[in-house]
Design a protein around this ligand. Structure first.
Ligand SMILES: [Zn+2]
Length: 436
């Protein structure tokens, strides 16, 4: 990944701090009330990055909000029958993730969403909110949100320029484009938040001031489209989380030649082989920073106007290849990156048992209106008795078998050998009980 500034060289903890540390000054997506004032300390007592006050980090003690006192906490492992092992890397212990992004407001968007739905693939649909035919798309976009997709901002007007000097980016990344497009999506749909920005033409993705403006508007992640002219977009080959979420790559394009790119990528054998590589997580050569072992994140991107539709064409054939895998998590990009923050910030503590229930406080300090994600907790359960689970006092439904993981905020539990996998939204008390 080329960069004109130093952010890509930052270590992960700094990047993470920036990700959570979004400024409250201009912005904050409007519906969730006042943000933490600039300069306020993090809940853990550390001061935020001087340029960025935390957004989406709630003041106060999350354990207090759960009604848990220090005296309720106890040491792990005091019950030999039910033991907390840890949080799974992806939701419901999926081996790998499939996510997609679709770019542009075009009349082909509904057909592309139809194709995704036919195969159960979840994607981020990035539209320019004041560029026609957007007025004909909103209804289909609202349906898409209710079936588990995400609508992202691709700016209001989709301004592009090559090269993209700072002067151009300062004008193109105006509040009107960044905040206005976000508010258009919030106003036209029921989506609770706009997590994702997608850079029009890939312009301006390397400028730190652009990242800061996007953070200030509350975006958690921004997807790039690197070096379109020289084909850098074909296989950026990112197979895990982006180190810099405001300059986030993807794995490969799935589309015909279009725009100013020298080629497309439509060969089904090549497309499927790249997915296999990510799924298996065996990549040990090449740019290892982008890769992961044991299954990673496969992220394809497409322009709906540069596809062929139909079950015998490359796009749908590739979707069919990706689909229906019980050990894959299908999720749009924004909720996927929100999940990364949630899973890194969620704490699980055993608390005093009660009436035969083993109890665990599961909490974080993040705003649940932004980070509405579930996480999956893995427990070792000794013995073959029947297991019951509750969250916030309510019974959790049990899934008798592994089903497709294609949502990011549901609640349930399932047994898997000697483990129990409990998928819940944090800021709750999870209770488990064995009935012999
Ligand atoms: Zn575009």
């Amino acid at each position: 990944m080329e960069a004109r500034h130093g952010q890509t060289a930052m270590n992960a903890s700094v990047t993470r701090k920036l990700l959570v540390g979004v400024s409250a000054l201009v912005l904050a997506q409007p519906m969730f009330g006042p943000r933490t004032p600039a300069g306020q300390a993090h809940p853990d007592g550390s001061l935020g990055d001087s340029d960025h006050a935390p957004v989406g980090v709630l003041p106060g003690d999350p354990l207090n909000r759960l009604g848990v006192t220090a005296g309720d906490l106890r040491e792990a492992g005091s019950n030999p029958k039910i033991r907390y092992l840890g949080m799974t890397r992806f939701l419901d212990k999926a081996r790998a993730v499939v996510t997609g992004t679709l770019d542009d407001s075009s009349d082909f968007v509904p057909r592309a969403i139809d194709a995704l739905d036919k195969y159960g693939i979840k994607a981020t649909i990035a539209v320019s909110t004041q560029r026609e035919p957007i007025s004909r798309l909103w209804e289909r976009l609202r349906e898409a949100i209710s079936s588990g997709h995400e609508v992202a901002s691709h700016s209001r007007r989709h301004q592009c320029q090559w090269p993209d000097p700072e002067s151009f980016c300062r004008e193109a990344y105006s509040q009107d484009e960044i905040v206005g497009s976000r508010d258009d999506i919030l106003g036209k749909t029921e989506q609770p938040y706009v997590w994702t920005w997608v850079y029009p033409c890939g312009n301006c993705a390397d400028y730190e001031f652009v990242h800061r403006r996007l953070m200030q508007a509350g975006y958690l992640v921004a997807r790039n489209y690197p070096d379109e002219r020289r084909g850098g977009i074909l296989v950026p080959d990112l197979q895990t989380w982006a180190r810099d979420p405001y300059n986030a790559g993807f794995t490969q394009v799935v589309q015909k030649k279009g725009g100013v790119a020298p080629a497309g990528r439509t060969d089904l054998t090549d497309l499927n082989a790249k997915f296999d590589e990510v799924y298996k997580g065996e990549a040990g050569s090449g740019n290892s920073i982008n890769k992961t072992f044991g299954g990673g994140i496969y992220h394809f991107m497409s322009h709906p106007q540069w596809l062929d539709y139909g079950p015998d064409k490359f796009f749908e054939q590739h979707l069919a290849y990706l689909s229906g895998r019980p050990d894959v998590w299908y999720v749009p990009m924004g909720p996927l990156y929100a999940y990364q923050v949630v899973s890194e910030n969620t704490v699980v503590r055993p608390i005093k048992s009660k009436d035969g229930w083993e109890r665990f406080a599961v909490y974080h300090s993040l705003d649940p209106a932004i980070y509405n994600n579930s996480v999956t907790l893995e427990f070792r359960v000794a013995g073959g008795g029947k297991l019951e689970a509750r969250s916030a006092g309510a019974p959790l439904p049990e899934r008798e078998s592994k089903q497709l993981t294609d949502r990011w905020n549901v609640k349930y539990f399932r047994r898997a050998g000697e483990s129990a996998l409990v998928t819940v939204r944090p800021n709750t008390i999870v209770e488990l009980r064995l009935i012999d």
